[in-house]
Design a protein around this ligand. Structure first.
Ligand SMILES: C[S@@+](CC[C@H](N)C(=O)[O-])C[C@H]1O[C@@H](n2cnc3c(N)ncnc32)[C@H](O)[C@@H]1O
Length: 263
């Protein structure tokens, strides 16, 4: 059992801090389901820390892990960002990739998040984009750190399933998507086109990059103007707007369905 003062453990504990994540290019993944997803990606997991109980419960899973160190329950609590630590934490290398190779692969469905700052929303969008068969999620502007513990948990392993691009300039990202043949659709409650109208006209069948804005401010006017279309999800009741992740789910699934009709 590693001492609670062990240097590797201390370095891993430091990864609960965004600056240490940025400087080392590493992040933490907690809990058996997410660790299992990480282990399926070759070369991503660098080290696993497990309590005696977790080692026993997840013996099969850990048989495929590169390096497993046993830690105390107290040390596990120090590595955890949850109220109920699960006793199983993997140190992973950052998985984000540059934009160019993603666009060279001719993606058909992308989500671009501009200034999304709620990690729960961003993680939920990653999970939803993965479920809808999107190729990549792009983080642009002043968006949340994609390796934030809450975001990683909310993504439920999906951050390992699709291409993740971070640190983009929003206007340049929209321009690059268009140059790669994607139709760029910026979402806002005041959109010029209504989502159902686009679906009915068969306009969502083409390769599409959906652009979503900040939870409070939405998308700035220059980015709304830069996109090929502005799109609104209809509000039939009295809600002022949709939650960002809910809006993303409706739009991404609209494209997912349209792109599969007749296949
Ligand atoms: C809570 S909204 C920001 C509010 C802002 N007034 C607006 O409508 O854009 C955050 C993000 O969710 C998406 N969103 C929310 N409601 C929407 C709607 N009715 N139609 C399209 N997108 C919506 C957009 O991406 C928006 O930038």
């Amino acid at each position: 059992v590693l001492s609670d003062n062990n240097a590797r453990l201390a370095a891993a504990r430091g990864l609960t801090n965004p600056r240490a994540r940025r400087e080392t290019g590493r992040f933490l993944v907690e809990g058996a389901p997410a660790v299992a997803q990480a282990l399926r990606q070759p070369g991503v997991v660098q080290q696993v820390f497990a309590t005696a109980g977790a080692r026993y419960r997840h013996a099969d899973l850990l048989a495929g892990a590169p390096e497993v160190a046993e830690i105390s329950d107290r040390a596990a609590a120090g590595l955890s960002e949850t109220v109920h630590p699960q006793g199983l934490v993997a140190v992973c290398r950052a998985v984000d990739v540059p934009l160019e190779p993603v666009l060279e692969r001719r993606p058909r469905l992308l989500a671009v998040l501009v200034g999304a700052n709620d990690p729960g929303n961003a993680g939920t969008i990653l999970r939803t984009a993965d479920a809808a068969g999107a190729d990549a999620v792009l983080f642009a502007g002043d968006s949340v750190d994609v390796y934030n513990g809450k975001l990683v948990r909310a993504s439920a392993g999906s951050l390992f399933h699709l291409d993740l691009v971070t640190g983009l300039d929003p206007a340049a990202a929209i321009q690059a998507c268009r140059a790669a043949g994607l139709r760029t659709l910026a979402t806002t409650g005041a959109g010029a086109r209504q989502l159902d109208e686009l679906i009915d006209a068969g306009e969502l069948a083409v390769p599409t990059a959906w652009i979503f804005g900040n939870e409070a401010r939405g998308l700035p006017a220059d980015l709304l103007a830069a996109a090929d279309q502005t799109v609104r999800v209809p509000i039939y009741g009295k809600a002022e707007s949709l939650n960002l992740a809910a809006a993303a789910a409706v739009c991404l699934y609209g494209s997912a369905r349209a792109q599969r009709v007749g296949q």
